[in-house]
Design a protein around this ligand. Structure first.
Ligand code: 3HC
Length: 311
């Protein structure tokens, strides 16, 4: 019966077993995974835009090569996350269309502009650093394909974070103009990075269910705290200041306390009113629409090849 299946499913989750595509799973588990994994995939793809914008303007050939490789990695992450989502019986095209013309979300962080090359350094350090904290946790997710996709993503994100941190360290050790540029970028990206982890646990409608099913193994606030604790020392080491006067070490808890996140800004960005939301959606829709003939040609090629193979 349905109840027995649910019970057996629960036991597998409690034992830490991975759930695989052909296994029985509750419909709500599947729907939550589709929502979260597709949102993650859309984020990786839209995430190429703020950085892609700087490839031709990176200050040296070395920086161009590194940035190009990094942006390509993000495309790859998007592709394997779409593939992992497809194992749940949905079509990639429907997911993409729900994002471009419907209601599917993508990470708030990609709705901010990259004004100087220092932003590229800070995205590597803070944004990819935050992604690693979130995705190392998701690599332990109960759904096999999602867990494995995140293991691979995290390996590449480590390189992304290191290249960003190394660049920022150089800039923060440079001329006074370079130091100002580095600090200005840190000031603008700090709070939006903390928002990437999602609302406070008490305002997070999905967390309880995701944790019950082992899709997430830590809450939004726990991960945000992990990230702040790691980042304070990294900022000190390279001589940049995190723009939060309330940042304070608590001896008892062993954690860094931080000020109030500007939540109005977070909700406004999520509703589509961030500085770059409209621009990002316009660019992605244009790319999708102009790529129609490529998708058609690829399908036709595959059809003809299949016919030939069958002969
Ligand atoms: N940006 C946009 N929407 C967000 C958000 C954010 N930073 N944080 C929360 N939300 C949305 C949720 O999607 C949810 O809306 P929905 O129900 O319509 O989908 C609503 O706000 C309430 O939030 P919850 O806390 O209840 O949602 P979750 O429990 O799913 O937690 C999450 C949100 C932490 C983003 C979680 O879904 C998650 O870990 N997702 C997978 C990772 C991911 O998507 N990362 C995006 C960044 S990609 C990236 O980092 C690329 C790298 O290369 C830089």
């Amino acid at each position: 019966t349905e109840d027995e299946k649910r019970e057996a499913f629960r036991e597998r989750i409690d034992k830490g077993e991975k759930i695989e595509p052909k296994d029985w799973m509750p419909e709500q588990y599947k729907q939550q995974l589709i929502r979260m994994m597709s949102q993650h995939a859309h984020s990786e793809i839209v995430g190429m835009l703020p950085e892609g914008n700087w490839i031709t303007r990176a200050p040296s050939l070395k920086r161009k090569i590194v940035l190009l490789a990094k942006v390509q990695d993000e495309a790859g992450h998007g592709m394997y996350l779409y593939s992992a989502t497809e194992t749940l019986g949905v079509r990639r095209q429907d997911l993409i269309e729900d994002y471009l013309y419907g209601t599917a979300k993508y990470s708030s962080i990609f709705n901010y502009p990259t004004l100087t090359f220092a932003d590229i350094c800070v995205i590597g350090w803070l944004v990819d650093g935050a992604a690693i904290v979130n995705q190392t946790m998701l690599a332990k997710s109960s759904y096999g394909p999602y867990s494995r996709a995140n293991i691979r993503i995290c390996k590449e994100e480590s390189f992304h974070k290191k290249q960003g941190y190394e660049m920022l360290a150089k800039m923060a050790d440079g001329t006074s103009d370079q130091q100002k540029m580095a600090q200005d970028a840190v000031n603008r990206w700090w709070w939006p990075t903390l928002m990437m982890f999602g609302p406070h646990d008490e305002d997070s409608p999905n967390s309880a269910e995701l944790i019950k099913w082992g899709v997430k193994t830590k809450t939004n606030d726990e991960l945000r705290q992990d990230f702040v604790d790691r980042t304070v020392m990294e900022a000190k080491a390279i001589g940049v200041t995190l723009p939060d006067p309330e940042l304070k070490y608590n001896e008892e808890t062993g954690h860094w306390e931080f000020g109030e996140i500007p939540w109005d800004e977070f909700w406004s960005v999520i509703k589509g009113n961030g500085p770059m939301n409209r621009e990002r959606m316009k660019t992605r829709r244009k790319a999708y629409e102009e790529g129609e003939w490529v998708r058609e040609a690829a399908m036709e090629y595959a059809r003809k090849r299949k016919l030939k193979d069958e002969k």
